[in-house]
Ligand binder design. Structure first.
Ligand code: ZN
Length: 410
């Protein structure tokens, strides 16, 4: 609640700035620079809306006019988001963000709405400051990516993932499953908590199963209450039962639309103070898979497609004006592998998940957190994500997982 109030204060400050910008836009001067659109203060989620919580309805408007109305009119100092009716040229202004009301609704018949959320000013300063700058975490989750489907002879080129692994470390056979099914819910639950499903409770893909162990991002917020954390994904469980209880920013992008997820992350990375930790979920390697054979051309084409999305995010990250003075641990993980056209069982291919870790992507002055090919040392899935992030942030690890012995800043 404190955080929400703090964000709203920041929104008020931004609103004043937005008003000035909009006034400038109304008074064009020859030779003057074009003022940014009021929409630049918003992140858009296509085909989504907040269900209810409408405070004011505007008609015969454009998205720009709705954005200006949300920003400018002092009577609407409460406005932090709006839903635009694409066919009717109307909008509903709201005093709620998606994270305040349990997320966005994305299954309206005919997809008549786009959701616009006011960027909370410059964001909230990340409180985790280490010797190499403010410490952030970007977790890239690629559903269903087999560890042996990357960087192999005959694998498709993946320049983004190759650059991440090249600046850090790669493990091509993180062991998913074992005591649990190699399904998405148990796998992500294990990555997010550092425990197996018999402890974290998400034993299947049933969205009604709550996480019984703390989410990694909630551990960060417990240790640093002003840290902010963000999640974007197109699988309802990722933005539902598997999301951090205290998530500050949650975007449910449209199914299979990785570009929307990418745009959400790029928006967060454009803030002066981006979230302390971001989870960026990419679904298409898994959801389209007719085959999880690492040499299957279609599977490889989907890996290449997500790699191109990741490249956009990495370019946005490296373009941050303060990037050299920050330290970002970038972690790429997958929840399970597969065999044939499915997964869930305990074959070697189904258990084979991926890990990439780097803190020095296009930032070579950072002392490497991990380097090289780690595949020779067995790494259970409990150890892949949570123990490394806790270690990187200097937080105690009381999970069931252990970081790789070659990783750590000493
Ligand atoms: Zn999965």
């Amino acid at each position: 609640m404190t955080l929400i109030l703090s964000l709203k204060r920041q929104a008020a400050a931004l609103r004043a700035l937005g008003a000035a910008l909009a006034l400038a836009a109304l008074a064009p001067v020859a030779g003057a620079q074009t003022a940014p659109s009021p929409l630049a203060s918003f992140t858009r989620t296509i085909n989504a809306a907040i269900s209810g919580y409408n405070r004011e309805h505007l008609t015969a408007v454009t998205p720009e006019a709705c954005a200006a109305a949300c920003l400018n009119d002092s009577r609407k100092s409460w406005c932090v988001s709006f839903d635009f009716y694409k066919n009717a040229q109307q909008c509903d202004l709201s005093d709620k963000r998606a994270a305040d009301v349990g997320g966005l609704k994305t299954d309206y018949a005919g997809n008549p709405y786009d959701h616009y959320s006011l960027i909370p000013g410059p964001g909230v300063p990340n409180p985790i400051v280490g010797p190499n700058g403010r410490k952030h975490v970007l977790v890239v989750g690629i559903d269903g990516l087999r560890g042996d489907a990357l960087f192999c002879a005959g694998c498709v080129a993946t320049p983004a993932l190759s650059a991440l692994a090249g600046s850090g470390a790669f493990h091509g056979n993180v062991l998913a499953g074992g005591s649990q099914a190699t399904l998405s819910g148990p796998g992500w639950g294990t990555l997010f908590t550092g425990f197996w499903a018999d402890q974290h409770g998400v034993t299947s893909n049933d969205i009604a199963l709550p996480l019984k162990k703390p989410h990694l991002f909630d551990r960060i917020k417990t240790a640093y209450p002003t840290a902010t954390v963000a999640v974007v994904g197109d699988w309802a469980n990722i933005t539902g039962n598997l999301k951090p209880a205290g998530a500050d920013f949650v975007v449910a992008n449209a199914a299979k639309n990785s570009q929307q997820a990418t745009n959400a992350v790029k928006g967060w990375l454009s803030w002066t103070n981006p979230p302390t930790a971001i989870f960026y979920y990419l679904h298409n390697v898994d959801i389209h898979a007719a085959s999880y054979d690492p040499f299957n051309a279609y599977y490889q084409s989907k890996i290449a497609g997500e790699d191109a999305q990741i490249q956009q995010v990495l370019d946005a990250l490296a373009a941050r004006p303060t990037y050299a003075a920050e330290e970002w641990l970038i972690v790429v993980v997958s929840d399970h592998g597969g065999t044939g056209s499915g997964h869930g069982g305990q074959s070697a291919g189904e258990r084979d998940a991926t890990l990439i870790l780097t803190n020095s992507y296009r930032n070579p002055t950072k002392p490497a957190y991990c380097q090289g090919d780690l595949t020779g040392t067995t790494l259970p899935q409990t150890g892949a994500l949570t123990p490394h992030v806790l270690d990187f942030l200097g937080l105690p690890n009381d999970t069931a997982g252990t970081k790789h012995p070659a990783c750590g800043q000493h």
